[in-house]
Design a protein around this ligand. Sequence first.
Ligand code: NAD
Length: 289
Amino acid sequence: DKKVVLITGCSSGIGLSLAVRLASDPEKTFKVYATMRNLAKKERLLECVKGLHKDTLDILQMDVTDRQSILDARDRVVEKRLDILVCNAGVGLMGPLELQSSDSMRQILEVNILGTIQTIQAFLPEMKAQSQGRILVTGSTEGLHGLPFNEVYCASKFAIEGACESLAVLLQNFNIRVSLIECGPVNTDFLVNMQKAELGNTSLQQVDTKTVSLYEKYLQHCDSVFQNAAQDTEDIVKVFLDAIQSPSPTFRYFTSGGVPPLTQLKITEPDGSQCIRAMSKIIFSVEEQ
Ligand code: NAD
């Protein structure tokens, strides 16, 4: 029997690559339900699988912020069971906090944290009843340490850590493993798709000049990190596959190798001052006193 996998956020990026890889598996190990909020965007996925997917791929509509659409997608899983749930959908929000509207903040939290939790909630009863399963969640190093100008996004990704860790403890009793695939920067549409305060935007004039100049430094840092250190989605997919294929997957996987240095600092220096100083130096090239 094929392993039944459902993935959220498959119209682009990590979700798309993972769906393509699993649906084109040479051994046909997986039946993939690739879900996306907007089915009009399914062409890119279909082009990538190039007809190799006759009995291994189904594309379903699912908006993770819409409970009914999650339940409708669940009901369309013909196998009536799920072996692997991948919660991947997410959006970013970047800029000075003073500029962020309640609506945009609420939207980030709704997609990233409530969306992830609601999706897990919907599949939990049947996974528990099966007494087996995997829940994989696309995590972020921004769920492990803070990043200026990304406060609300970080808050959502930190929240995912707490939700998943809590579930991981409970679900061991049901033979369900929860794993976070912790990504650093990845080459996807993420930066394009996110809500972002652009330099030159008139809205930035509402913020003090010191904040704007720090934001400028942050954006330069962000550009250089994405240019120099971003991984390709294929690298991330390999880590997902490791977790999927492992008979006893761990709770966290770090896609770029080991524990990120700043996360390490949080563990070895738990009062936080070294981590904040190091972060400030990396982003603003100045050590705060
Ligand atoms: P992406 O923008 O290409 O993909 C995100 C996907 O989520 C898109 O297909 C988008 O349509 C979908 N989505 C957004 N709102 C949705 C909703 N309400 N319902 C269903 N789907 C929705 O970017 P990506 O980099 O592939 O992002 C995937 C995940 O990886 C996200 O959770 C993101 O936070 C995380 N991540 C990305 C990076 C990075 O640098 N790209 C780093 C760490 C973590």
